[in-house]
Write a protein that binds this ligand. Structure first.
Ligand code: NAD
Ligand code: WQD
Length: 336
């Protein structure tokens, strides 16, 4: 199949392009390189021996985006492009709504105009908010989102589901990712945070590398195994494989499905910290500080629907996630 991947040079997008190419799909990437670099195309080519066609385009630019749909006859779209920093979204709500809603609407309009009827959308476990008990099940629907970023994910899910009602030819899979970490085993692609990392593992990686002096652990008084927050970390390569299954599912079904993508297991901050210490062979200094506003104690997925509909199960454990992340970071440090 010929698949448009928006945000395809980004962290999850690049790993998904590799898995799509490995599964013999043709990939065309649109990205404005706001949070990624063109050199990712070299890495994808080194890993797969295929260089995807690339358009440096902002999805807010409808005319330029239309040229991509005119030039290519797509079978499907995987839509990753968007802004993703939770804290920044509170400071810059207009930018987040414009990019993540108006940009997405351009994609959906052009899919309709050019009769492209299969879509996978990057949603997030953040849409569950803190309203439900774990494991989070798709049938819960939406909780109360606590920041504009989360609200853009909820709104996109609602928009896509409304479009599916009006257009019976459209098939959409809305993937609610839990916490993607890790990197490709080649060490050539992975996550490079812009500025101070918001997420736990990228922060731990920078402390281990000496870029930051210690990790702040946001609270050790939660009702969890060791008092620190528990999350469902999933290897980004597993997540990428889930996208291949999801787009193939979309192409052979009609309607709109929401599907969790996680491992179904939760690990605490200290458990992840210790797994990365083991992978790197170094002690990582930390300090326990106050809880972070908006955080919940525990979050992990009910993964049964992914297994039933997509025949997807995550393969890699937390040690493998840390080993691959450490390899990527070690290569990156040598480059800098
Ligand atoms: P990322 O920032 O690495 O990738 C997003 C890509 O989209 C970047 O390459 C960026 O340059 C591009 N982009 C942003 N705005 C654009 C625009 N207007 N036009 C064209 N390209 C644009 O992020 P990621 O971690 O790979 O996330 C991919 C998707 O998954 C995002 O939609 C994100 O919200 C969602 N998601 C991520 C996580 C996570 O923890 N990483 C969790 C749940 C959902
Ligand atoms: C994990 C745990 C923190 C940093 C976020 C978004 C979510 C999704 C994934 C996009 C928590 C603790 C963290 C640190 C810490 N993204 N922590 N010190 O909050 O589960 O999810 O990323 O959709 O929308 O909200 O992930 O990695 O920030 O935090 O102690 O420096 O690590 O308190 O318990 P989170 P995270």
């Amino acid at each position: 199949m010929k698949i448009l991947v928006t945000g395809g040079t980004g962290y999850i997008g690049s790993h998904t392009c590799v898995e799509l190419i490995n599964s013999k799909h043709e990939v065309v990437i649109v990205d404005n390189l706001y949070n990624s670099s063109e050199s990712v195309l070299d890495s994808i080519e080194t890993i797969t021996n295929v260089r995807p066609k690339f358009y440096k385009i902002d999805i807010l630019d409808y005319e330029e985006l239309e040229k991509v749909f005119k030039d290519n006859k797509f079978d499907a779209v995987i839509h990753f492009a968007g802004l993703k920093a939770v804290g920044e979204s509170v400071e810059k709500p207009i930018e987040y709504y414009e990019n993540n809603i108006s940009g997405s609407l351009n994609i959906y309009k052009l899919m309709k105009k050019y009769n492209v009827n299969n879509l996978v959308f990057s949603s997030s476990a953040t849409v569950y908010g803190d309203d439900f008990e774990v494991p989070f099940k798709e049938e819960y629907g939406f909780g109360t989102t606590t920041n504009p970023y989360g609200t853009t994910k909820k709104m996109n899910e609602m928009i896509i589901s409304d479009i599916c009602v009006s257009n019976k030819d459209l098939s959409a899979v809305l993937l609610r990712y839990f916490n993607p970490i890790g990197a490709h085993e080649s060490g050539l692609i992975g996550e490079i945070p812009n500025g101070i990392p918001n997420n736990l593992l990228p922060y731990i990686m920078q402390v281990e590398s000496g870029i930051r002096d210690h990790l702040n652990v946001f609270g050790d008084d939660y009702d969890t195994v060791d008092g620190t927050g528990v999350r469902d970390y999933i290897h980004v390569v597993d997540l990428a494989r889930a996208h291949v299954k999801a787009i193939e599912y979309a192409c052979s079904h009609k309607g709109c499905e929401v599907i969790n993508i996680g491992t179904g297991k939760g690990y605490s901050v200290f458990e992840l910290l210790h797994a990365y210490e083991k992978a790197s062979g170094h002690k990582i200094p930390y300090e326990v500080v106050d809880r972070r506003k908006g955080d919940i104690a525990t979050c992990f997925a009910d993964t049964r629907k992914a297994k039933e509909l997509l025949d997807f199960e995550a393969e890699y454990d937390i040690d493998r996630m840390c080993i691959d992340a450490y390899r990527f970071m070690s290569k990156l440090n040598k480059k800098i």
